[in-house]
Design a binder for this molecule. Structure first.
Ligand SMILES: [Zn+2]
Length: 349
């Protein structure tokens, strides 16, 4: 047995108005000069609050960049643009900007502040960045952010579909942990019990108050963050990613119509959990009914044919990654559910 040292966030702020204090959070640990990477389309009003906060606390803006390409090539290019005076990196907004900023900070060995403006998936505090390399999507190990700043008031103003996406990504932890345990029994894949427990427990905390008010967003953000921490503890994505993520990855790889990540993984978790033992299928069904998750799916139904292709391809997406899909011909069962399950009416076409 070896002792492994892991890096955990040393600052976590989840409250309304946290964005207005960003400069203070950087000033306290003496990080006087930063590069800020933000999402394409991030409302100017949100960006202005962050920039004003930096000015108020005497933090110099060494670089301001709008991220519109989530690739390793772009991250390397931007690494060269970060001035030597820069003491920390900030990623603000959604997936692409946070992934690129996290990757650059990892390359540069600089502290990284994650400032998500919605809680649509667990990427804001995961130990890896989802980027393309030579056109192919990869998960690059980066370590966790040093700081996580979630302005609950900002997240509350984000579209409801983004919150539903976060709910979907969180629910997939049930199926991911079940797959992890299955892989242990079938292939001897080691399970880190603490990481698995943390992953499970965080979902139950959120389920006790699964509404999109301030407290519900705080619990969802906390649960998604703890999943990232569980991944770091386990040294693998197993606590947060199982067969449901394989289906989502396969959808992305096969050029299926683009949908929010958590709407894909959540729907896949609902389907996959019906094949697994235990009562996760009922739990996920109740969570989705309570949160109105399916409404966001029905607003833009999935293609049944694209899902057939993805489900059939999913077991071979990751090498040596045993899940329930490795031992089940899943599509015929899923097709029956899509046709007859009342919850799924209008979710596929
Ligand atoms: Zn995910």
């Amino acid at each position: 047995m070896t002792n492994v040292q892991i890096g955990l966030p040393w600052l976590v702020r989840m409250k309304p108005g946290a964005l207005q204090r960003l400069g203070l959070y950087l000033a306290r640990p003496c990080l006087p000069s930063v590069a800020l990477f933000h999402s394409e389309g991030l409302p100017q009003t949100i960006l202005d609050v962050a920039l004003q906060s930096l000015r108020d606390h005497g933090i110099a803006l060494a670089l301001l960049h709008e991220v519109n390409e989530a690739s390793v090539e772009e991250a390397v290019r931007l690494l060269g643009a970060v001035p030597p005076s820069c003491k920390a990196l900030v990623g603000a907004g959604g997936g692409k900007a946070l992934d690129v900023a996290k990757c650059i900070a990892s390359f540069a060995g600089l502290p990284y502040f994650a400032v998500p403006t919605s809680v649509s998936n667990d990427g804001f505090c995961s130990p890896q960045a989802s980027l393309t390399l030579a056109g192919k999507r990869r998960s690059l190990p980066t370590g966790l952010p040093d700081a996580v700043v979630v302005d609950l008031a900002v997240c509350q103003r984000a579209p409801l579909s983004l919150w539903h996406s976060g709910v979907g990504d969180l629910s997939s932890k049930f199926t991911a942990v079940a797959d992890w345990r299955l892989a242990f029994h079938r292939r001897g894949v080691p399970v880190n019990d603490l990481a698995a427990l943390m992953s499970d427990a965080s979902v139950f905390q959120f389920m006790a108050n699964s509404v999109s008010d301030e407290q519900g967003i705080r619990l969802l953000a906390t649960a998604l963050m703890m999943n990232g921490v569980a991944m770091e503890i386990a040294g693998s994505s197993r606590p947060a990613s199982g067969s449901e993520h394989l289906i989502s990855h396969a959808l992305d790889m096969t050029g299926a119509s683009q949908r929010l990540h958590g709407l894909q993984t959540g729907t896949a978790a609902y389907l996959v959990s019906s094949l697994q033992s235990g009562n996760h299928h009922e739990r996920i069904g109740q969570l989705f009914a309570r949160t109105g998750f399916w409404e966001s799916v029905r607003n833009q139904p999935f293609s049944k044919e694209e899902w057939r292709i993805a489900v059939e391809r999913a077991p071979s997406v990751k090498e040596d990654f045993y899940t329930i899909l490795s031992e089940t011909d899943a599509w015929p069962k899923f097709a029956t559910m899509i046709a007859h399950d009342a919850a799924l009416i209008g979710c596929f076409q």
